[in-house]
Design a protein around this ligand. Structure first.
Ligand code: HEM
Length: 407
């Protein structure tokens, strides 16, 4: 590829006052499944826009997810890639990826399902606090008080078995951190690094039950056998804690906002909380809140969507566009809780070997949230006009910064 200066610049910018995707998303998908864009540093990249071809791309063994040891991995903002980082399995290729990710079994669906009663307790506990406070002193910020708390509470209490009284300190230190690529040392957030190092050291000294606590499992099955050292363990624990936070937070805040703007569909959910499962799937399809991560670099020449991609070239899987592909979803730009979205075709969690490992836990958290929130707070409504809502910066993953509500 050459002559990239006339190409559309990626990431595309949303309107700052809307959660709707940028116009380029639909335009490029109509042009073809494999189009060209220009990255922030001027380098060209291929972007894959349609569902079938994005699945093919994310399954291809000719494309690498090695961000740190290989040239050509597409960076989308300046300063996000640091040198000298120890990658987690997220940025390894097969067979190292399978070995280090325990064949994707970190959060198996059955083990995750068993956590439902405790997740219900966490969600109810957060809503109790909101109800106790009430809105006599002004609106509640549903992002800060609720959406941002659900996942870190679940990970710390249920997955890492951290005692309740210690969770708030860690959540505070980890707030505003997210993403599957970062590492504690990379972020410079030394408080969080220290707190997690302390936690890992305690478990190395005295592991708990490997069936109940993931850090103890990693200590017994990996650290003691020499396949992970202490630093690897800290990085992994950090990554698991922050990986899904902003996507869960955004799914909750965007889901609430969208339902409040579609009162007929919200009424159905209020009447039938058991619809929460299909509603969550549609929220994830419609908003695709973690849309910027599925990027790769070609290790060998390949043909994708009718175009020749040469080794060393950057390739972006445009999952947000694929989730709006009218070849799979009729009236794809419409939010419709009755749409059938097959979880295995929903690209909100990616696809192929690097498919999200936290997806079953995430679905469970979101299902509990959406079957509970409007039942416990039936009069929940926005305290400001929808047009006044503050969204995440236009070239970042879509999300809501503050969600002032009354009930
Ligand atoms: C709504 C919530 C979430 C969304 C939308 C989401 C989305 C994604 C996406 C799109 C990928 C694939 C990136 C790629 O193609 O390279 C991914 C990977 C990953 N996610 Fe999530 N995620 C969510 C929650 C979580 C949670 C809660 C955790 C941890 C508990 C988690 C852990 C991971 C890990 C470890 C990977 C890398 C998998 C691998 O490379 O093998 N995610 N996620």
């Amino acid at each position: 590829m050459s002559g990239s200066s006339d190409l559309p610049k990626y990431p595309f910018a949303r309107s700052p006052r809307s959660y709707n995707p940028p116009a380029e998303l639909g335009e490029l998908r109509r042009q073809g499944p494999t189009e060209r864009v220009q990255l922030f540093d001027g380098k060209p990249a291929w972007i894959i826009t349609r569902h079938k071809e994005v699945c093919e791309m994310l399954n291809s063994d000719r494309l690498s997810n090695e961000r740190y040891n290989r040239d050509g991995y597409p960076e989308i903002h300046s300063g996000t890639k640091k040198e000298g980082v120890r990658p987690t399995f997220v940025h390894m290729d097969a067979p190292k990826h399978e070995r280090h990710s325990h064949d994707g079994e970190l959060f198996a669906p059955e083990a995750t399902e068993a956590l439902k009663p405790q997740i219900q307790e966490i969600v109810d506990g957060l809503i109790d606090l909101i109800k106790d406070r009430g809105c006599k002193d002004g609106p509640i910020d549903l992002v800060i008080e609720f959406a941002a708390m659900v996942n870190p509470k679940a990970i710390l209490l249920l997955i890492f078995k951290v005692p309740e009284k210690e969770t708030n300190k860690i959540i505070q230190a980890s707030s505003a951190l997210s993403g599957t690529s970062g590492t504690a040392s990379e972020s410079g957030h030394t408080d969080l690094h220290d707190l997690l190092s302390q936690l890992v050291d305690e478990r190395i000294k005295k592991p708990g039950s490997p069936q109940e606590d993931l850090i103890s499992k990693l200590v017994i099955e990996q650290y003691r056998l020499g396949s992970l050292d202490r630093d690897d363990l800290i990085i992994l624990v950090y990554m698991i804690l922050v990986a899904g936070n902003s996507a869960i937070e955004s799914s909750i805040a965007l889901g609430v906002t969208t339902l409040l703007q579609n009162q007929d569909q919200l009424r159905e959910l209020r009447d039938k909380p058991e619809l929460a499962g299909q509603i969550v799937e549609e929220i994830l399809r419609y908003h695709t809140p973690s849309a910027l991560n599925s990027r790769r670099v070609a290790m060998a020449d390949l043909r994708l969507g009718g175009k020749e991609i040469t080794a060393g070239t950057s390739v972006i899987g445009f999952v947000r566009s694929a989730n709006r592909d009218e070849r799979l979803y009729s009236d794809a730009d419409k939010f419709d809780i009755h749409r059938h979205v097959d979880p295995h075709q929903n690209l909100a969690f990616g696809y192929g070997p690097h498919n999200c490992q936290g997806q079953w836990l995430s679905r469970l958290e979101l299902q509990v949230v959406f079957s509970t929130l409007f039942r416990r707070l039936p009069n929940l409504k926005l305290a400001i006009e929808p047009s006044e809502l503050e969204y995440t910066p236009p070239t970042q993953n879509v999300g809501v910064v503050h969600l002032p509500v009354v009930f």
